[in-house]
Design a protein around this ligand. Structure first.
Ligand code: FES
Ligand code: FES
Length: 165
């Protein structure tokens, strides 16, 4: 596995790095200023992760890095060298959706769907963190994910169901 210390610097600003995305090692050479969001969407064609504000305010770009939520628009790809990155494309197993994806569908927790990948990635992390003990807690720890369509009640209901109690 490569690491930042092993990252080979090329010229003024290019870096070689390896992202472990959804279980696959992906080698990239890119400008050191490229965000994780742009690397995922533009280099790896994983366009499930959405670019909303591109400045850390909406949560549409949320992915997991080593299991923790990060805003990929505020994270440099180079900071993720050697780390495990999970995107919405990596949640399903074969033909089986992740339970949070299933719950979002069952509860109609989306309208236009633009915020949905970020909402689901946040919800997956929220459940893993054990921060979904009540509706208030769900709302608080999902507050970084904005939904312009106002699907919040259904999103909370979906997370409550996925929590399983
Ligand atoms: S696109 Fe990253 S927080 Fe809005
Ligand atoms: S479903 Fe449209 S922004 Fe959330």
């Amino acid at each position: 596995m490569s690491s930042m210390s092993e990252t080979m610097r090329l010229g003024a600003s290019e870096v070689d790095l390896t992202l472990r995305v959804n279980g696959s090692a992906r080698r990239l050479r890119l400008d050191s200023r490229v965000t994780l969001l742009d690397a995922l969407r533009d280099q790896l064609e994983l366009t499930g992760t959405k670019k909303g504000c591109d400045q850390g305010a909406c949560g549409a770009c949320t992915v997991l890095a080593d299991g923790k939520r990060v805003l990929s628009c505020l994270t440099l790809a180079a900071q993720c060298d050697g780390r495990e990155v999970t995107t919405i494309e990596g949640l399903a197993r074969d033909d089986e959706l992740h339970p949070v994806q299933e719950a979002f569908i069952r509860h109609d927790a989306l309208q236009c769907g633009f915020c949905t990948p970020g909402q689901i990635m946040s919800a997956v992390a929220l459940l893993a963190e054990g921060r979904a003990g009540s509706d208030e807690e769900i709302r608080e720890f999902m507050s970084g994910n904005i939904c312009r369509c106002g699907a919040y009640p259904n999103i909370v209901a979906a997370i409550r169901e996925a929590r399983g109690f």
